[in-house]
Write a protein that binds this ligand. Structure first.
Ligand code: ADP
Length: 303
């Protein structure tokens, strides 16, 4: 059982022949709507790998909120703790993509930026049943802090994916079992310019000193660096694939890593599985819709 506390936003994506200048209206298209947000994406990744997932998030009382709940249910994700905000609208990302695949994105977190301590406390029975709790920073810091404290009291493992980076009280890191920054986030957290195995090791040592138990730094197509302080840590190599869209790779990685840690895999084995799932996700366009199923993963690993 995995509990995800995090964001849901609806992705509103429109192709454009060129990026509009301020004040300009461009006739573009096609338009596509889909589920997004790091929390929701990671929940979908885990559910498609066969995990029992409960989502804790907040949406608005609007059509996008209804669509969010419908989508969670379609993916087999428990939506009991998807609450509704009376005033804020459901989070939304306005995405324009031009002919060179360059994008411009505006995100309004809306309701999911307003998850309260009470919302998290109300989900305590799901925390109690969880093998692991997975959180990101794409929501209110109070929801992040409350989750870490609850999980500490229950003595369960927690994965903090510090994405997107925002400042928080570093005391919190003492309650974090696994932290999973990408290169940019690891750099912002430690001041080390993280780009390869050696710089990742340097950053991991710093994060470990701040109180995190285990550090996993994702390094794009190189794979990830894992460090638990028992030895020098190591690079777990990524898989070679033809990447068509790398958005959501980190989300695939986190949903998968949570899944395999919850199933009792070793750190290295869970990281390798997560690399494979994330590699599969970059071979498809989109975020949540690009997440592979367990059967896709087993045929990929057999090859
Ligand atoms: P983010 O998506 O948060 O920026 P990364 O770029 O580090 O995070 O990617 C997360 C994981 O996705 C990597 O650790 C790796 O396993 C996988 N990955 C990312 N890009 C590629 C790629 N081009 N080919 C294969 N795997 C990839």
């Amino acid at each position: 059982n995995i509990v995800v506390v995090g964001s849901y936003v609806v992705d509103l994506m429109c192709r454009t022949p060129h990026m509009p200048k301020p004040g300009e209206t461009v006739l573009g298209g096609p338009f596509k709507m889909g589920p997004g947000g790091k929390g929701g994406n990671q929940a979908v990744a885990a559910a498609r790998l066969g995990s029992n997932v409960t989502m804790v998030t907040k949406v608005g009382i609007d059509v996008f909120g209804d669509e969010a709940v419908r989508n969670f249910e379609k993916e087999g994700i428990n939506s009991t703790y998807v609450t509704r905000h009376g005033e804020e609208s459901t989070g939304a990302a306005l995405i324009a993509v031009d002919q060179d695949s360059e994008n411009m994105i505006v995100v309004a977190l809306g309701a999911c930026g307003k998850i309260t301590q009470e919302d998290v406390s109300d989900a305590i029975s799901s925390f109690d049943e969880a093998n692991i709790v997975l959180i990101q920073l794409e929501t209110s810091i109070e929801a992040v802090e409350k989750s870490v404290h609850l999980v500490m009291e229950l003595n369960k493992p927690i994965i903090l994916n510090p994405a997107p980076y925002q400042e928080f009280d570093e005391e919190l890191l003492k309650g974090v079992t696994y932290i999973t920054p990408n290169e940019t986030e690891a750099t912002l957290l430690t001041g080390v310019d993280v780009k390869d195995e050696n710089s990742a090791r340097e950053a991991a040592i710093i994060l470990k000193k701040k109180g995190v138990k285990t550090v996993i730094i994702t390094l794009g197509k190189q794979g990830c660096f894992v460090y638990d302080g028992n030895d020098k840590g190591r690079l777990i190599s990524g898989f070679n694939v033809d990447a068509v869209d790398t958005t959501g790779a980190g989300d695939a990685f986190n949903g998968a890593f949570a899944t395999y840690i919850a199933r009792g895999f070793s750190l290295d084995d869970a990281a390798r599985q997560a690399n494979a799932v994330a590699a599969l996700s970059v071979t498809k366009v989109g975020t949540a819709p690009a997440m592979p199923y367990e059967s896709d993963l087993s045929s990929f690993l057999k090859k």
